[in-house]
Design a protein around this ligand. Structure first.
Ligand code: ADP
Ligand code: MG
Length: 290
């Protein structure tokens, strides 16, 4: 039988917008020493708007956006949605794409009118030893924006900068957790300039940037190897293995099905401050049971 106090607090939790799927994880929440947040869609709203289009060639801005949107219309990524929206706003034609494929954690690829294009991360360029020295890119990176590059074969035609917003609730969540002595960290596939900017804004204890999807769970394991009991908070398909690895896996309610199915606890209100409630409620529930 479920002890009365646990049953009561489970319904209390439900009323606070917490869906507890694994009661033992809820119990472990009282011992948490670190919380690792995914960036995009968790600490930030995950809604990107295009702020700058930069060309490195005789291809103009609208053409850069048009190529990108033609590929991105096939992707579910928040960056993709921002690019497509911006192209539509500017009345740019979206063309048919063939041989589309996602390059997980790095970008997308496809063929338009017989030409092969790729929209990729700065990390992808680095891996392929392509260096871009451009003061416009440096300035944009310093502003905490996400940058993707538009390539045709091995040539970089241009770049698109996008901005997302930090959720106002994230500040309060981090502040409260840290005042409880809990370390706050961030994990992201995005570039280290953006990560550094968000980490500074939120006064995070640590962050890991340019993390590939398959590395997210390994990063959680590394934090656990430091002897810390750790929660992971995420929303994306890429976050699922990390949610499973963490001592407490927490999904944002508006997240992907995969994240929600993998998590121990779901934040129905999509509010990172509810992580504080999980811990407080867990402490109150299990404190006197031993
Ligand atoms: P996050 O951890 O922020 O959810 P992802 O692992 O999904 O990030 O993506 C990491 C990086 O890979 C993005 O910041 C972007 O540079 C690149 N990327 C991923 N998907 C796409 C896409 N559809 N179009 C362009 N770039 C992408
Ligand atoms: Mg995310």
């Amino acid at each position: 039988a479920v002890p009365l106090v646990v049953a009561v607090s489970t319904s209390l939790a439900a009323r606070s917008g917490l869906l507890i799927r694994d009661r033992s994880a809820f119990e472990r929440a009282k011992d948490l020493q670190a919380v690792v947040f995914d960036k995009t869609g968790t600490l930030t709203e995950g809604r990107f708007g295009v702020t700058d289009v930069i060309t490195f060639s005789d291809v103009n801005e609208d053409e850069i956006l048009g190529i990108a949107a033609s590929l991105e219309i096939r992707s579910e990524h928040p960056i993709a949605k921002g690019i497509v929206e911006s192209a539509k706003e500017r009345g740019i034609e979206i063309k048919d794409v063939e041989e589309f494929r996602a390059i997980p954690g790095k970008g997308v690829e496809g063929v338009v009118n017989g030409r092969t294009f790729r929209i990729v991360s700065p990390g992808y360029l680095k891996e392929n030893r392509i260096s871009i020295e451009d003061e416009r890119i440096e300035r944009i990176a310093g502003e905490g924006k996400t940058v993707v590059f538009v390539m045709e074969n091995d040539a970089v035609l241009g770049a698109i900068a996008l901005a997302d917003r930090i959720r106002p609730e994230s500040r309060e969540a981090v502040k409260k957790l840290r005042s409880m002595g809990i370390k706050c960290m961030m994990l992201t596939g995005d570039n280290r300039f953006v990560a550094n900017w968000v980490a500074k804004e939120l006064e995070l204890d640590d962050f890991f940037a340019e993390v590939l999807p398959h590395e997210k769970a390994e990063m959680i394991k590394k934090v656990q190897d430091q002897g810390l009991t750790v929660a992971m908070v995420g929303d994306g398909v890429n976050d699922a293995p990390a949610l499973a690895q963490a001592d407490v896996g927490i999904a944002i309610g508006a997240g992907t099905d995969v994240a929600i199915e993998t998590a121990d606890i779901i934040l129905v209100r999509n509010d990172p401050r509810d992580v504080v409630d999980i811990i407080t409620l867990s402490k109150a529930t299990y404190r006197k049971m031993f």
